[in-house]
Design a protein around this ligand. Structure first.
Ligand code: FAD
Length: 307
């Protein structure tokens, strides 16, 4: 019940102000967000990569309303590329971008987002790194996939994200399961209406498995973005069934979530990539993490009332 309420709250400015000002929020945010500034975040990155984990970095920010913010976000990613390149880790370091942070929702947003994200993808490619286009709510899916296909003409390793809760996604998986195509499969983190998305968690999980089969059987590079132990086990089984070597797909999990499981998969020889968010605009990301797990929310509410 709480999940949908929290997802609605994740887009409310009034609730943003209350949650951001509450003193108990900070320690919870620190669990999910690597840092507010680039410098401390880089030491987190060095720590993770030294342990053998790969990373994909998310400079927090979404749903911007001013074109100047899009330019600031672009510049933040360019600065990030300059920090990551000297690590010399190539594709082990990746960047995840939300096109709404690049102007996708503004007038003329499709072209604007493409124009703003292209220099980031170019700079990443020069440093041997990839960029993945995070997927946001369903009203953006067509535009995001069209921008992906535009970028992939010159930068074929630009990654896509697909969400198993959307009815359309099996079809998208068929279209994306091609040579060189990097596809992160997730369940989906937004509040979506029943005419476009499964509402029942079990239906979302079943759709995840159907999509996973398509991606594993295809010619692309599947990236399993989930903490769900059952889906992780199914992905390993499908990897074996479709004769994929351990470096022909990868697991991805969010920073601070199921850390022991991340280490376990790595120790088993899998590629394990951690999605590392950083920056000051953590509100929307944080609320989605609360919405995913009632225990997080209970803990948060208890801390609020016990003060
Ligand atoms: P769940 O059934 O939600 O969780 C399985 C188990 O994982 C839980 O029982 C719990 O033990 C643990 N767990 C899960 N979430 C949490 C949490 N917040 N706190 C503590 N424990 C937790 N969604 C998008 O819509 N677009 C994206 O671009 C996108 N990118 C993502 C990138 C990565 C690398 C990952 C891992 C997720 C991404 N997501 C994205 C979020 C995704 O859609 C889900 O909302 C999220 O991963 C929770 O689903 P789950 O598969 O982990 O399974």
């Amino acid at each position: 019940m709480l999940g949908p309420v929290l997802l609605a709250a994740s887009r409310s400015d009034a609730i943003r102000r209350i949650v951001s000002a509450a003193p108990v929020t900070r320690p919870m945010v620190d669990r999910f967000v690597a840092g507010e500034l680039l410098e401390p975040t880089m030491s987190v990155i060095r720590g993770l990569t030294e342990r053998g984990l790969d990373v994909t970095m998310d400079f927090l920010g979404e749903d911007i309303t001013d074109p100047a913010e899009a330019l600031r976000n672009r510049d933040a990613y360019l600065a990030l590329t300059e920090e990551l390149a000297p690590l010399g880790l190539g594709a082990r370091t990746e960047m995840s971008v939300k096109l709404s942070a690049f102007g996708q929702a503004l007038p003329g947003g499709h072209d604007l987002a493409l124009a703003n994200v292209t220099p980031v993808v170019e700079a990443a490619a020069e440093a041997g790194m990839n960029v993945a286009l995070d997927m946001e709510d369903h009203t953006t899916t067509d535009s995001t996939l069209a921008i992906l296909s535009e970028l992939r003409k010159k930068y074929p390793s630009t990654g896509a994200v697909v969400q198993s809760y959307l009815f359309r996604t099996e079809e998208d998986c068929h279209a994306l399961a091609t040579e060189g195509s990097r596809v992160r499969l997730v369940k989906g983190a937004y509040k979506e209406p029943s005419d476009v998305a499964f509402q029942d968690k079990r239906e979302v999980d079943k759709a995840y498995v159907r999509c996973l089969k398509i991606l594993m059987a295809g010619d692309g590079y599947p990236m399993i973005g989930s903490h769900d132990p059952r889906l992780v086990a199914i992905a390993q089984e499908l990897g074996r069934r479709y004769g994929r070597k351990l470096d022909e797909y990868e697991f991805q999990m969010l920073f601070g979530i199921r850390v022991a499981e991340q280490e376990r998969l790595l120790a088993e020889g899998h590629r394990m990539r951690v999605y590392v968010p950083y920056g000051t605009d953590w509100y929307g990301y944080f609320m989605r993490r609360l919405a995913e797990r009632p225990a997080n929310m209970t803990f948060f509410l208890r801390s609020l009332v016990s003060r």
